[in-house]
Design a protein around this ligand. Structure first.
Ligand code: ACO
Length: 358
């Protein structure tokens, strides 16, 4: 009997994991048995990685120090490569840098450090800007923020950025994590799995949405213009970036965590007011026009506002997402390698059959 097909693999369970659970009906994200809200904004990125990786990926006793050393080693490896990558976009540069990490020899912490450094270098390189080397003594979030902007963050900014990194670190079997697990299931190696994850993250239906969210807010300009602009965009058949999700049927809980984080940053009140007005108009319009599909605000909407408030350029949004999600890709790749089988689904052939020879 032929197996049934699920378009886009919707509602298909393709892996078992102890890493994270997305409860789409309750709007709840559980990481290693804890609600996201107990980690994001509460613990450092290193401590959150320690929780996620515990018992799955080897975690050194001093993860902060090991991650710092990883950043320094990766920087030395990547710096000579940059001139040859001139002209590429930031995600393409990040992808090329990470692709230079050898599969067999890349231990997880080095690879996580490398993902952060590759993101920072790629963001700077896209605008031909100078990049300072990593600081071994800094925490991962503080160091990445400094490298990306070429100036250090204050305590509030670092906390907001760290909250972001922890919030998006892992999220069930999203498209990029699935891509990473497929590659890991072939025993291709850890670096290959991480590069696969980044390639899947790049698209606007996944990790490429927050830049366009800001483009939308800029184009709308004022709260009074929101309804008209959104109606016209939907009339043209466009999708509103930052809305909708394959699993969540209610508001993405990460959106609330990030909205709270961005509200703590200075001089953001006017932008947040505009964003709230646009969000309300978008939800009304989506409910009216797409009643058959419950569409709510996703993580990318307030990601955009948070990263903008931190003066991270728009072309850097997807690279920093990748730097954080690399923690999840690495954990899933390890979990897949240790217990999973080769992932190899089937396709249904709908092309012509050979004609019988006369
Ligand atoms: N704006 C307008 N309409 C939408 C949106 C949106 N943001 N999202 C879904 N729809 C509509 C589709 O047009 C479709 O309508 P139709 O049935 O009349 O043709 C219906 O909802 C179902 O669309 P699907 O693509 O089947 O929904 P799915 O759940 O598979 O899509 C996705 C999820 C890709 C995230 C989608 O909601 C989308 O494109 N959102 C905008 C991009 C975005 O915000 N991406 C970031 C996602 S979060 C993350 O990955 C980290």
């Amino acid at each position: 009997m032929e197996a049934s097909m699920a378009d886009g693999l919707e509602n298909v369970i393709a892996a078992e994991t102890i890493l994270s659970h997305v409860d789409g009906e309750a709007g709840r994200l559980i990481l290693r048995g804890r609600d996201l809200e107990t980690l994001a904004g509460k613990v450092s990125f290193e401590d959150a990685v320690g929780v996620l990786w515990d018992g799955i990926v080897p975690v050194p006793a001093d993860l902060r120090d090991a991650l710092g050393k990883g950043r320094i080693r990766a920087f030395a490896r990547f710096a000579p490569m940059l001139p040859a990558l001139a002209g590429l976009g930031a995600v393409e540069t990040m992808r090329a840098l990470l692709a230079a990490m050898p599969d067999g020899a890349s231990e997880p912490v080095l690879l996580l450090g490398a993902a952060g450094v590759a993101a920072a270098m790629a963001i700077r390189a896209e605008k031909h800007r100078e990049i300072a080397p990593p600081d071994l003594t800094a925490g991962h979030a503080a160091d990445l923020l400094r490298m990306i902007r070429h100036r250090p963050g204050d305590a509030t900014e670092i906390k907001a950025f760290e909250t972001y990194l922890v919030t998006v670190m892992d999220h069930g079997l999203n498209a990029s994590t699935f891509a990473a697990r497929v590659v890991a299931s072939t025993a291709a190696g850890l670096s290959s799995a991480v590069v696969a994850g980044l390639c899947a993250l790049k698209g606007p239906l996944h990790g490429g949405a927050p830049g366009p969210v800001l483009d939308m807010l800029d184009a709308i300009g004022t709260a009074a213009n929101a309804e008209r602009w959104i109606g016209a965009a939907l009339d043209r058949g466009e999708r509103l970036m930052g809305f909708g999700h394959r699993v969540y049927r209610v508001r993405d809980p990460r959106a609330d965590v990030l909205k709270a984080a961005v509200s703590g940053l200075r001089h953001r009140s006017e932008r947040i007011r505009l964003a709230e007005a646009v969000e309300a108009a978008a939800l009304r319009a989506l409910q009216a026009r797409k009643a058959h599909r419950r569409l709510d605000t996703n993580v990318e909407y307030y990601t955009a506002l948070l990263l903008e408030a931190l003066d991270i350029p728009r072309h850097g949004f997807t690279p920093v997402f990748g730097a954080a999600r690399a923690a999840g890709w690495i954990a899933h790749a390890h979990e897949q390698e240790s217990g999973g089988r080769l992932i190899r689904p089937q396709s249904r052939y709908i092309g012509p059959m050979p004609t019988e020879a006369a």
